[in-house]
Ligand binder design. Structure first.
Ligand SMILES: *[C@@H]1O[C@H](CO)[C@@H](O)[C@H](O)[C@H]1NC(C)=O
Ligand SMILES: *[C@@H]1O[C@H](CO)[C@@H](O)[C@H](O)[C@H]1NC(C)=O
Ligand SMILES: *[C@@H]1O[C@H](CO)[C@@H](O)[C@H](O)[C@H]1NC(C)=O
Ligand SMILES: *[C@@H]1O[C@H](CO)[C@@H](O)[C@H](O)[C@H]1NC(C)=O
Length: 222
């Protein structure tokens, strides 16, 4: 999947289009912050009006009554640039979390979680894309959408967050599930260091509709 990112990157850099005001830069997804959950199936029109929750420290979706109740995440400013909360390093890799059994392609996917004993690697990295209107978080092969059974409707609901996958046998979100996006809400910086690396997002920038097709999520070939 990293390979795919780099392939995209090498074709995407051409003329610098008229980037309208205050588009996302890589610096917008750094430091410490909350992860907001949007009910959205289109990054082009998604906005904070669609916030339906946030992620808690364990990585599950909860209602967002006040940002203070949401989980607090930190993004490493060095390799592998992954997220952690006070519960530990976050990934889709913990086989103890719920699997997306309703999904044709996601049956073996496990929910995102933050785990005290997990050592994160570069495949766990979430990243944003320069040119987005807001700092939406993508994963893997430019997969910028996520899948959940439902949206939290009670204050004690904790809902599993999965990757969104589609393909010829399931062209859209898992039937009955909701398609989501994640958005970084930066609240602070990490303690300053001398030698800060630039986090490797995909080296692509959005320059209009032509790239929309690249951002439809993870198509699974079958
Ligand atoms: C999520 O968005 C869809 C499409 O806009 C809408 O039909 C649905 O009611 C929304 N669900 C919630 C719980 O906001
Ligand atoms: C963390 O992951 C390990 C290994 O998969 C597992 O044994 C443990 O139960 C997990 N801890 C939590 C809090 O989920
Ligand atoms: C979390 O992952 C980072 C990056 O791999 C690693 O340096 C750190 O030791 C991990 N933390 C724990 C508690 O395993
Ligand atoms: C993001 O966090 C700031 C506080 O740092 C807050 O003022 C702002 O409203 C938050 N944005 C959203 C969309 O919730």
């Amino acid at each position: 999947m990293t390979l795919f990112k780099f392939l995209i990157s090498s074709i995407a850099i051409s003329s610098r289009a008229i980037l309208a005001q205050a588009k996302v830069t890589q610096d917008d997804f750094t430091g410490i912050g909350h992860i907001l959950v949007l009910n959205s199936s289109d990054y082009r029109t998604a906005s904070p009006k669609q916030i339906v929750g946030c992620l808690d420290d364990s990585g599950q979706i909860m209602q967002e009554k006040s940002l203070d109740d949401c989980g607090t995440f930190a993004r490493l400013n060095e390799y592998p640039y992954t997220l952690s909360s006070k519960a530990g390093n976050c990934s889709f890799n913990d086989k103890n979390t719920a699997a997306n059994t309703d999904s044709y392609y996601g049956k073996n996917d496990h929910a995102w979680s933050c785990n005290a004993t997990y050592i994160a690697n570069i495949y766990d990295e979430l990243y944003t894309i320069t040119g987005f209107n807001y700092p939406f978080l993508c994963w893997g092969d430019i997969a910028c959408y996520y899948d959940a059974k439902t949206i939290p409707s009670h204050s004690d609901d904790k809902i599993a967050l999965w990757q969104y996958r589609w393909g010829s046998m399931q062209m859209d979100i898992t039937p009955g599930h909701v398609m989501l996006q994640l958005m970084w809400n930066k609240t602070g910086d990490l303690p300053k260091r001398e030698d800060v690396d630039v986090a490797p997002g995909p080296r692509m920038e959005l320059k209009g509709e032509s790239q929309a097709v690249l951002l439809q999520g993870q198509q699974v070939s079958s």
